[in-house]
Design a protein around this ligand. Structure first.
Ligand code: NAP
Length: 237
């Protein structure tokens, strides 16, 4: 199905993006990964194989994103998992840090969609990333919730404006990826156990759960403008 298809994954050097890169490579596509750290990209290539192309790119920098797509040329699918997020009490939050988070996760995806769209085949797709805190309010996630909600709204309108190109959004729940390694192992396991006990599926997610969602969205040509919740039923509790 993906023979001769080119798929760009911005954020493909870690977590969900890396799992998606592996899964999509297995389907026979050419996968191009991009992120800021050349070390992370090199490590990812050890897992994906040396044939995988990689680019150092900061998605929050509009000019870099423009140049990246001009350089990469025609593609079939774009997936954007790039983000660096944080949380904390709203009243003591650092405004500049919160703006940086918006630059990274919202404006980054805006730039990628804007400059990527022109290079994607009309039968292709864009998959953007929102997240559970847009749908399930959590103390300490006011800014991230707003960013995730903004990405979901952007994606749905782009599905109309960029048609016939398909645009979809994934909203992951709590997924065990390197983004969660900022917590100590003990605190992280306690957090995971607390969430897992409440979830209908009784476990937190792994990157591959979400990678399968990405594969579904990019391969099903009848799906556009949707927000796919890959969250173990988190939205219901
Ligand atoms: N894990 C969860 O529980 C969870 C829950 C809800 C939503 N999500 C969303 O799912 C997506 C993927 O998260 P993840 O858990 O897979 O995170 P991750 O393991 O930390 O991976 C994030 C990737 O984005 C890249 N990145 C970060 N900032 C970037 C920038 N400015 N420009 C280019 N690349 C950048 C990172 O590489 P570099 O450091 O090399 O740039 C890395 O490859 C994100 O949108 C996240 O918010 C995750």
């Amino acid at each position: 199905m993906f023979q001769n298809k080119r798929v760009v994954i911005i954020g493909g050097s870690s977590g969900i993006g890396l799992a998606a890169a592996k899964l999509i490579l297995e389907q026979g596509a050419e996968v191009i990964i991009a992120s800021r750290s050349s070390d992370k990209l090199e490590n990812a290539k050890m897992e994906l194989g040396k044939k995988t192309k990689s680019y150092v790119l900061d998605i929050a920098e509009e000019e870099q994103v423009k140049k990246f797509f001009a350089h990469v040329g025609s593609i079939d699918h774009l997936v954007v998992t790039a983000a660096e997020t944080s949380g904390g009490p709203f009243l003591s939050s650092d405004t500049e840090m919160d703006k940086k988070m918006f630059d990274n996760k919202f404006w980054g995806q805006y730039y990628a969609a804007k400059y990527g769209a022109k290079t994607i085949s009309p039968e292709g797709s864009i998959t953007l990333f929102s997240g559970i805190v847009a749908y399930k309010s959590m103390v300490g996630s006011a800014t991230l919730g707003a960013i995730n909600a903004a990405v979901a709204a952007l994606g749905k309108t782009l599905a109309l404006e960029l048609a016939p190109l398909r645009v979809n959004v994934i909203s992951p729940g709590i997924i065990d990826t390197p983004s969660r390694r900022k917590m100590s192992e003990v605190a992280r396991n306690q957090f995971y156990m607390g969430i897992a006990n409440k979830l209908p599926v009784k476990r937190v997610g792994v990157a591959d759960d979400v990678a399968k969602g990405i594969l579904y969205l990019i391969s099903n040509s009848f799906v556009s403008g949707t927000v796919l919740h890959v969250d173990g039923g988190h939205i219901l509790i």
